[in-house]
Design a binder for this molecule. Sequence first.
Ligand code: AMP
Length: 403
Amino acid sequence: MTFKDFDFEPQLLDGLEAMGYDKPTPIQEQAIPLILQNKDLIACAQTGTGKTAAYVLPILDKIAKSDHRHINTLIIAPTRELAQQIDQQVDGLGYFVGASSISVYGGGSGQAWDQQKKAIEEGTDIIIATPGRLIAMFTSAGAVDMSHLKHLILDEADRMLDMGFNDDIMRILTFLPATRQTLMFSATMPPKIRTLAKAILKNPEQINIAISKPAEGILQLAYMAYDTQKLALLKHVLTEKEHDSVIIFASTKEKVKDLGRELQRSGFSIKAFHSDLEQNEREDIMRAFKNKEVKILMGTDILSRGIDVDGISLVVNYDVPPDPEDYIHRIGRTARADKTGTAITFINPKDQRSFFDIENLIGVEITKLPLLEKLGEAPLYQPQIKTKKSFEKKPFHPKRRKK
Ligand code: AMP
């Protein structure tokens, strides 16, 4: 199948060529025809599957056929980083369509707010927004005319609910026309997502692309290590091979800051990315990382979804993520679009049960490498031996458990 099979407008095909997309990904193959037929849709798909273009392309095609006079599409995303990335894809793919878009998110300057507001009042084809700022926009002086809206898209709906945006989403709906096409994308499909889907979608089609499997090109490795051994191990992993771009995940923002400082002191080109930074600081860090001025980015799980940077060859999990799905999101930052990459996880004795859950979810036993001798003796990997804590823990996905 090629993009020509969708009968897209020539300007959109030009955008696809400029972006270097040759053929649709599976989610695009399935979602694009349904969206072109104006169906409501609930799609279970993770970042990295091409889900953004799966809804951006058919919408741009419809905009290309429209008169561009009204706000046509509203895309709601949980974080400003994701909103910015969606905006970049809209810009790139929609360049020749002449579609206009504006992203609306909190944290910027007063000037940014004025610009966003002006653009919306003057009319734009697509608004990409985080929930809180959008409500502020709707409720501030100066009416936003949403009466011609054709499409509402909720991206990473599960993350929005996790972040407590359910009421905000319901409130936003009150500003929108009831007759519209609604699309929901979510990496996971817990019951609360199904409830939301029931409330806001009409006879939706369903697509499920969440294979819960990391990309083929990722070499997954792990070390058993005590917490006291992890820093030296990290320095070893970062220096044993040359890497252009590396992401390190740790469990808490304090750890991210401490480790970032420690590695900076040791001469590594590293920046810590966390929620205490101002938005412009976050943007500067992300830009420097994308431009390869900074080699290593360190963060918590806020980095694991939606960060779309090419050429990341190594992902290090300094701690095991407690939720196996987060593991897949984290290591999905490497080996994007047919490239290869390595993901290395440090497992302390307390986290072995969580790691075992990850291995069960992805159906692969991940190779545990021997620790360097100079770091001392490593703990053994014995996830089935129940520590008090793991005994108390509820099993994850019991149906998928092999034993
Ligand atoms: P997403 O899942 O939307 O975060 O997209 C993941 C990455 O794949 C982004 O860098 C997109 O630009 C890229 N991408 C999306 N669709 C295609 C395609 N059909 N061919 C090549 N790259 C794509």
